[in-house]
Design a binder for this molecule. Structure first.
Ligand SMILES: NC(=O)c1ccc[n+]([C@@H]2O[C@H](COP(=O)([O-])OP(=O)(O)OC[C@H]3O[C@@H](n4cnc5c(N)ncnc54)[C@H](O)[C@@H]3O)[C@@H](O)[C@H]2O)c1
Length: 265
């Protein structure tokens, strides 16, 4: 038996990056995946990739997770197709980076809509179905929601991902009486199309960050998805309200030079 056999899993952001990796892996673990993304054609390509591997997926779209009607229709289509919702993986996100000085308010408002507000909209639309099926919610935070950064100026993103982590804990509280679990995965620096166009671009100061990641490398989408599969599976049936950080130790260990075994200190 596979780890997510027969579970209906709504996953947003399935066009690329971590969302596509999650859709492929959840389907390989036996889930019936209902994906969606603003980039609809790419999300449909993810569906094709799943079908080629013998998995089951539908794609709603274009899905805009910041739009109440779009999110409502996405959940409705999943229920109409598969009769319920067992897992919601709110992966889609978008960000306007920038420091506090001189940034337009719209950058901040955009990020708050694209991150915590969209997670709230998704959770609310799916909630009655999660309650009916004692399902689970997965959200995507970030080490940006836990730490400040000298190198990456990101006031909106830090606030929004901190908000996602706090929202997840509150949903864990509200879901617990119904057997609904809510957990967050918080990636550090992950190599995706999104980060390659920005923080991991050749000329970005964050490019050198891998030197400061204790485990010595930038993460992959699969690193994050391994954690998500665990949290969505019955193996995590006693875990709710957790924020599982997937960052190679980046947020837990201060930067510094490694001390060799033969060093006097
Ligand atoms: N890559 C990293 O280093 C990193 C680190 C920490 C957290 N995260 C988070 O992980 C998640 C996935 O990021 P990724 O790196 O795979 O990014 P990505 O940009 O490669 O993929 C994000 C996907 O979300 C979709 N999307 C954006 N806004 C949407 C909307 N309004 N409606 C529907 N779809 C929308 C995009 O079209 C894209 O396909 C995001 O929540 C991101 O904030 C990423």
């Amino acid at each position: 038996m596979k780890r997510l056999d027969g579970k209906v899993a709504l996953i947003s952001g399935t066009a690329r990056g971590q969302g596509r990796a999650a859709a492929l892996r959840f389907a390989a673990e036996g889930a019936l995946v209902v994906g969606g993304d603003l980039l609809h054609e790419e999300a449909v390509e993810t569906q094709r990739l799943i079908a080629r591997e013998g998995g089951t997926a539908l794609t709603f779209g274009p899905l805009d997770v910041t739009d109440e009607d779009s999110v409502g229709s996405w959940v409705g289509e999943a229920v109409a197709a598969f009769g319920g919702v067992d897992i919601v993986y709110a992966d889609a996100g978008a960000v306007g980076f920038g420091a506090i000085d001189g940034r337009p308010y719209e950058d901040f408002a955009f990020t708050m809509r694209a991150e915590p507000a969209s997670v709230w909209l998704t959770a609310r639309a799916a909630w009655p179905h999660l309650v009916a099926g004692r399902g689970c919610l997965l959200t995507v935070g970030s080490t940006a929601g836990l730490t400040g950064s000298l190198t990456n100026r990101r006031t909106a993103h830090s606030a929004s991902k901190g908000g996602v982590i706090a929202l997840t804990r509150q949903l864990a509280a509200e879901g617990a009486p119904y057997g609904v679990r809510a957990n967050c995965v918080s990636p550090g620096m992950i190599d995706t199309e999104g980060s390659r166009g920005d923080l991991l671009a050749d000329d970005h100061p964050m490019r050198g960050i891998a030197r400061h990641i204790p485990l010595g490398r930038v993460g992959t989408p699969d690193d994050v998805v391994h954690a998500a599969v665990f949290l969505a599976s019955d193996e995590a049936s006693y875990i709710t309200g957790a924020n599982l950080v997937v960052d190679g130790g980046w947020s837990a260990v201060l930067p510094g030079a490694t001390i060799r075994k033969d060093s006097p200190t």
